[in-house]
Design a protein around this ligand. Structure first.
Ligand SMILES: NC(=O)c1ccc[n+]([C@@H]2O[C@H](COP(=O)([O-])OP(=O)(O)OC[C@H]3O[C@@H](n4cnc5c(N)ncnc54)[C@H](OP(=O)(O)O)[C@@H]3O)[C@@H](O)[C@H]2O)c1
Length: 279
């Protein structure tokens, strides 16, 4: 680069704090809350209710988390805040997608645990390696067809698998691919993210804090200090500055929910995004 010339981050900066859910016309918050590995369900419940009150009203869960205990916590949260105030994603295990009836039964069990009639978004937790993708997608679509899910999507699908999933749909669109993405792990930026931006698939970035490691990285710390923000806020802001990306950090502490909230309403400058692209 010539001295004095302005370089650009790899992707255009998205200033929106509510992101499009595929091509549905609906928007979801740029930051939702994860529910994996909860130690105290009472604390997590309080923290998530607080998040919803702040507008971080998207919960990510899975039938697998806590063997159903995380979904049962979602039920208590829904009863507290009201069904229409929260967008709920759950993920069903790959072996549920052998046929439509098996998938529908698993979705019914999840809906029952969460005390909802309809789940906002149901995902295949990861691809079933022994089943053709079109078989899995047919079973996934059956969940929406029976009114158990408003939207469908996938998780941990590589680009080739995502393409095949999209081609396999007959009636519903794949609105989300939930994958690992953080400022310290930008593998998806090579192929998957550009494809999702182009095709209107929302990325739900999981493990966005690298389980706390982002708070210890010297470059992230130095950027954070310049903005008067925390490293976690910078790490989340980096992700949500990308088009078609939302982050789903997990916490069971109210003060950390407030910290996540502080990642909204502003964006890193292009040169700092560029700096973080190199870490
Ligand atoms: N689709 C998939 O295969 C998949 C895989 C993994 C995760 N997920 C989803 O994504 C969510 C988030 O991912 P994750 O739980 O793996 O990792 P993460 O969000 O990167 O990290 C969560 C961990 O970081 C800690 N933490 C939170 N805020 C912090 C802060 N300000 N400073 C330091 N540490 C902090 C949390 O502890 P405290 O709770 O004590 O705050 C928790 O132990 C999961 O909960 C789950 O819903 C999906």
């Amino acid at each position: 680069m010539k001295p004095g010339s302005v370089s650009m981050p790899r992707f255009p900066i998205d200033p929106e704090d509510r992101k499009p859910l595929g091509s549905t016309g609906e928007r979801v918050p740029a930051i939702g809350i994860g529910t994996y590995g909860i130690r105290s369900y009472a604390d997590a419940e309080q923290a998530i209710v607080h998040a919803i009150e702040l507008g971080l009203n998207m919960i990510d869960t899975a039938e697998m988390y806590g063997n159903g205990l995380a979904e049962e916590m979602v039920c208590r949260i829904v009863k507290k805040v009201g069904r229409d105030r929260v967008f709920i994603t759950t993920k069903l295990l790959p072996h549920r997608f052998t046929d439509p009836d098996t998938a529908v039964r698993a979705a019914e069990a999840s809906a029952r645990r969460m005390c909802v009639e309809t789940i906002d978004l149901v995902l295949i937790h990861w691809p079933n390696d022994v089943l053709p993708i079109h078989v899995q997608i047919r079973a996934l679509e059956a969940i929406a067809e029976r009114g158990l899910a408003r939207y469908i999507g996938v998780s941990n699908f590589r680009l080739s698998e995502l393409r095949e999933a999209i081609e396999s749909t007959s009636k519903y669109e794949i609105v989300v691919n939930q994958v690992k993405y953080s400022v310290l792990d930008k593998a998806i930026e090579k192929n998957l993210l550009p494809f999702c931006i182009k095709n209107n698939i929302l990325i739900q970035a999981y493990t966005p804090l690298e389980r706390g490691a982002v708070a210890r990285h010297p470059t992230i710390i130095s950027v954070a200090n310049r903005y008067g923000k925390t490293p976690v806020q910078v790490a989340l802001n980096f992700l949500i500055s990308r088009p078609m990306v939302v982050a789903i950090p997990k916490t069971e502490r109210i003060e950390r929910v407030d910290e996540f909230y502080g990642a909204l309403g502003w964006r890193l400058a292009p040169q700092d995004i560029e700096l973080l692209e190199k870490v």
